[in-house]
Write a protein that binds this ligand. Structure first.
Ligand SMILES: C[S@@+](CC[C@H](N)C(=O)[O-])C[C@H]1O[C@@H](n2cnc3c(N)ncnc32)[C@H](O)[C@@H]1O
Length: 312
């Protein structure tokens, strides 16, 4: 779909009163959008990648107490961590977007594609836990699932202020969430993360810097949205369904430093096609993006593994 049409539809739906607005948006996502067909494997893989990053920085997921920022509609990241042995997972979302019917669908997919799921996790999988999970696929109940898997869903809840005592979390995670949260709020979320993590705790976050409209419109490139200055972009896509902060990797580095985080590992690289197009002046960039080095502007995603500076 042409991104401008999508943006106009999202802007219109965002003007509807709640809960109608959310219901209409969800119905559209199910019928025409990203939730038309769901792929459980992709989301389970996110949890495996988080575990690999944590492990590479000295923290095993087995036995860890995790906190996810930004649950969204499904529970696959918490489930993936639990299947790898996490002791518990708190998942916090400002908006109660979680849809039990999608979680049930994910469970049925895990059941129907069990061999693939087992192969995906390999040695990381706790087979007894998978068995427990599969038992819930036929007789589904969200509360029972949450209880069985040690998952606490806090929503509405703000990751910038979580009702938990200090030091009770070992792994503070999110996947494709930080690009949707305004910078000052992110800073508060990271400070709150510092309060929540234990002495051995880590913050592991994956950020997708690309223009999300390019995921469904092949006619635009991954940094198309950097053509626009802030006022124009706000008019085009400043609604709650497509809010993106457009912060680039250098902004995140500065934000992490301000929030008192020491980055232990940064996994990122400029995208060669985007870097080539930029060298040819495409797309023309609005300020402040025009002043940034091409290697920063053409970096489309990053893993940031950090821990509070005081604890390093
Ligand atoms: C793009 S969704 C990602 C959902 C999920 N991680 C996924 O991959 O499907 C971002 C989520 O972050 C949530 N969010 C935004 N600000 C938040 C905050 N301050 N605290 C907790 N969640 C927040 C939004 O409500 C939204 O559900």
């Amino acid at each position: 779909m042409h991104w401008l049409i999508k943006a106009a539809v999202q802007n219109s739906v965002a003007l509807l009163p709640d809960p109608l607005s959310h219901d209409v948006y969800y119905a559209m996502q199910r019928r025409f959008g990203g939730l038309r067909s769901i792929e459980v494997e992709d989301k389970l893989r996110q949890g495996i990648e988080v575990a690999q990053r944590a492990n590479g920085n000295g923290l095993r997921v087995e036995g860890a107490r995790a906190l996810e920022v930004g649950t969204g509609r499904r529970l696959n990241l918490p489930l993936s961590l639990w299947l790898q042995g996490a002791a518990s997972v708190v998942t916090v979302d400002l908006n109660p977007y979680l849809r039990p019917e999608l979680v049930h669908e994910d469970l049925r997919q895990i059941r129907d594609e069990r061999a693939r799921v087992e192969a995906l996790f390999g040695e990381r999988l706790d087979p007894a836990r998978l068995q427990q999970l599969l038992a819930l696929a036929d007789d589904f109940d969200l509360d029972r699932l949450l209880q069985t898997c040690g998952i606490r869903y806090l929503s509405p809840g703000d990751a910038a202020s979580v009702d938990l005592p200090p030091g009770v979390i070992d792994l503070h995670v999110s996947y494709e969430v930080f690009e949707h949260i305004p910078g000052p709020v992110l800073e508060s979320i990271l400070r709150e993360g510092s309060r929540l993590v234990s002495d051995r705790g880590l913050l592991v976050h994956y950020i997708d810097f690309s223009d999300h409209f390019s995921h469904s419109d092949p006619g635009i490139g991954p940094i198309n949205f950097l053509r626009f200055g802030e006022p124009a972009y706000k008019l085009l896509a400043g609604n709650r369904y497509m809010y993106m902060n457009r912060l680039r990797l250098d902004d995140f580095r500065a934000l992490y430093a301000r929030a008192g985080q020491r980055v232990l590992e940064e996994v990122s690289a400029p995208d060669p096609d985007t870097a080539r197009a930029l060298a040819d002046g495409q797309p023309p960039l609005a300020p402040p993006f025009a002043d940034k080095p091409h290697e920063i502007v053409s970096t489309l995603n990053a893993w940031l593994v950090s821990r509070p500076r005081a604890a390093s």
